[in-house]
Design a protein. Structure first.
Length: 201
């Protein structure tokens, strides 16, 4: 069961889990839309599908693209959805994670791994700003910005340990998690600030 709370009361809860899916999780929201994943079971096998909601289970749209084993949405901005798709079972030998973006339907998917620098293969789109620029982390330690206007890719940082969870504020500051540290990257001068570090037990 995946619950959406419209206010701070139990009575406002809405079950978003769509019919036919064994489980689901919303990972991001614009306030009116929600993005995440739904789990389909077939015997003892399962497939994670990128899902988009508009506040109720019956509005769920399955964005899972053909040819991918699993997929999920990690960030949305109202018109775009970004996330990842796996070719091969997640985390297994020879499986590859691909950064993906959609515009509301499965057939609009664009695989952003084609824009990664040579030698880098495992990307995930983890953020999108108000201008439609997408932010990609790559397990080789990169934080990248992709502009859909000209298909340009800019390396914002390299040498990261495990970058994820990108968010961008109205001033263009980029916030992200790198292993056990929350960092902020300024668009003005490229200054990197450490906002918080937590202990790993």
């Amino acid at each position: 069961m995946q619950l959406l709370f419209r206010s701070c009361t139990a009575a406002s809860a809405v079950d978003l889990n769509p019919a036919g899916y064994a489980a689901s999780e919303a990972l991001c929201t614009t306030g009116t839309q929600q993005g995440g994943w739904g789990l389909l079971l077939s015997g003892v096998t399962y497939s994670q599908h990128a899902m988009l909601w508009n506040g109720s289970a019956d509005t769920a749209v399955d964005l899972h693209p053909a040819g991918y084993t699993d997929s999920k949405i990690t960030a949305i901005n109202g018109t775009q959805q970004v996330g990842e798709g796996w070719i091969g079972a997640q985390g297994t030998y020879n499986s590859v994670r691909h950064a993906l973006t959609w515009n509301g339907t499965a057939d609009t998917v664009l695989d952003l791994n084609q824009y990664l620098p040579a030698g880098y293969t495992n990307g995930v789109a983890t953020g999108v700003d108000a201008s439609g620029n997408l932010y990609i982390t790559e397990q080789g330690g990169l934080l990248l910005k992709w502009s859909p206007a000209d298909n340009s890719l800019t390396t914002l940082m390299s040498g990261l340990l495990n970058a994820s969870g990108v968010a961008v504020d109205v001033a263009g500051n980029v916030y992200f998690s790198d292993s056990s540290t929350i960092r902020k990257l300024s668009p003005v001068n490229g200054t990197i600030s450490t906002l918080w570090t937590y202990d790993v037990l």
